[in-house]
Design a protein around this ligand. Sequence first.
Ligand code: NIG
Ligand code: FE
Length: 411
Amino acid sequence: MLIKNIGVLVGIDGGDTHFKRGAEMKRLDLLESAWLRTEGERIEAFGLMPALPESRTDEKVIDAEGGCLLPSFCDSHTHLVYAGSREREFIDKINGLSYEEIAKRGGGILNSADLLHATSEEELFRQAMERVREITAMGTGCVEIKSGYGLTTADELKMLRVIARIAESSPLKVKATFLGAHAVGRAYSGRQSEYVDLVCDEMIPAVAAEGLAEFVDVFCDAGFFTVEETDKILCTAAKFGLRPKIHANELAVSGGVQVGTAHDALSVDHLERIGNEEIKILAESRTVATMLPGASFFLGMPYGPARRAIDSGAVVALASDYNPGSSPSGNMRMVMSLGCIKMKMTPAEAINATTLNGAYAMDESRDYGSITPGKIANFYLTRPLPSLDFYPYAYATPVIRRIFLKGKEIS
Ligand code: NIG
Ligand code: FE
């Protein structure tokens, strides 16, 4: 396929940059008035319009009509496999209850676990695929999906099988994370340490035996799992080859960043409540600092200190956290705009954080996250934009015209 008349080709690189750290995040390379060629599933080459190559016989030629071409979003943190929805709690929140108060009353994650238990695997798949199609249409091309609404061995495996089926059925690149330690399952109420044993002794070996996850996650936060419990789970997971990507410092200065980086986590996520100590640790580590502004927006929480983290030299990614309780949206364009509006990231930083650094936070930046010859051809075309800054600025204006995943147009 040959795409011509691209107004601005955004996010190009030579392929030796697997993530951008600190000041490097301001750099976003582009070409004005460009063409791009794909071969099968991959990007082959790009260049300037005056040097447009002759089209080959049997080659499909597409006219971008002056629009921008951007690399697909890489959403490195979602919980998009869930049953039903939780707008009842939305009303509770409007009436003044906090996320933690709702969880303490037995709502929240346990609510979703009850509903998931009562929902067939087929129906769960059907509901999740609706969300997958929704995020595909909004420009996402690579996504991480967590378990964590099962909270029994059988139901965690059921969720992970649904994620595996999504990976087979959708053109999206899908990465699976086991999050058995999302909350203590109802049957273990008041027996948290026994639940942690269940996660370590039964769930992790079962997940690994079926090869259903590549990563492990723990909700290491006030009212959920302690640093010691997190350490125990991550030690066990390491024996089974599962790399950590953990929930940390959403509700309190939890020690999550410390335990995550000590285990060489690929990412520590949320980070609404981190101080100078955590920022220093992140700046000196190769663990990605993943922030989730959609959750801050939805819950009325503080935003993660992305500006300070970048200025200190951390690798920052932004993700949607798509889930029924704290972020019922997988709109990465909105996430990118919140990065600019609320976290004071520049458009270039926010684009890097939602593409290349997101890909790196899923260990997929060799193949995704930028416009690079040899990478998978995942990108989309917009209508002509007055400038690239217009894209995060006009945060709700629909601009995406055509979407391509693995080199094929999605209709
Ligand atoms: O990332 N914080 C923990 N887990 C999810 C929310 C889960 C839920 O409320 O269903 C999150 O915000
Ligand atoms: Fe989350």
